[in-house]
Design a protein around this ligand. Structure first.
Ligand code: ADP
Length: 192
């Protein structure tokens, strides 16, 4: 199995690059943001609870997203690997993910970290907000709150995986294709 975490702040291009990577490497895409938005669309109790939190730019509770990832792993027993996007976002989520993968006798091969400057992030998210229909992309204050959450709670995920020498930094500015090529160069080291 090949399991990769695509890491980086909101707006760093994880969703865009994930779509390309899963096709090239035959991975199952697991995005907690997408899973949460499906719950919101289906108006489940979990979705309603999550929406209020997401609309403030805060993180939903660890146990909620860990539960969603656990179910998704169980639902895909024959997958040849997973691409995690937007998860893990806290150290507790990282530890839980490692345990879940260990149960499947596998592990994270690499954390590919997309690096993008803050002004560029805000610009991209506001631009995306014009068409995405995502309420958390339309207001600069909410976008800034998400970036604050990233620095406060999520950047530690890179520290966590650094202890195992699994983090690779990738420049996340440039054309979509240039960034994709840089990511593939890293992933190829685990497939060849
Ligand atoms: P972005 O990376 O652009 O912020 P996402 O779709 O990954 O977009 O996440 C949107 C929102 O969903 C986050 O701001 C957060 O509220 C919630 N969310 C997504 N993944 C997680 C997670 N792993 N832990 C906690 N909250 C999450």
């Amino acid at each position: 199995m090949l399991n990769i975490i695509l890491f980086g702040p909101p707006g760093s291009g994880k969703g865009t690059q994930s779509e390309k990577l899963i096709v090239k490497y035959g991975l199952k895409h697991l995005s907690t943001g997408d899973l949460l938005r499906s719950e919101i669309a289906a108006q489940t109790p979990l979705g309603l609870e999550a929406k209020a939190i997401m609309d403030k730019g805060h993180l939903v509770p660890d146990e909620v997203v860990i539960g969603m990832i656990s179910s998704a792993l169980e639902a895909n027993p024959t997958s040849s690997g997973f691409l995690f996007d937007g998860f893990p976002r806290t150290e507790a989520q990282s530890i839980a993910l490692d345990s879940l993968l260990e149960l499947k006798n596998t592990e994270i091969a690499a954390v590919l970290s997309l690096e993008v400057g803050e002004d560029e992030l805000i610009k991209r998210l506001l631009q995306r907000g014009l068409t995405s229909g995502r309420s958390d992309d339309t207001n600069e204050e909410i976008i800034r709150a998400r970036i604050v959450e990233y620095h406060k709670k999520t950047s530690v995920v890179a520290d966590y995986y650094s202890q195992f020498d699994k983090v690779r930094n990738i420049k996340g500015e440039g054309t979509v294709d240039e960034i994709f090529q840089a990511l593939c160069k890293e992933v190829d080291q685990y497939t060849m």
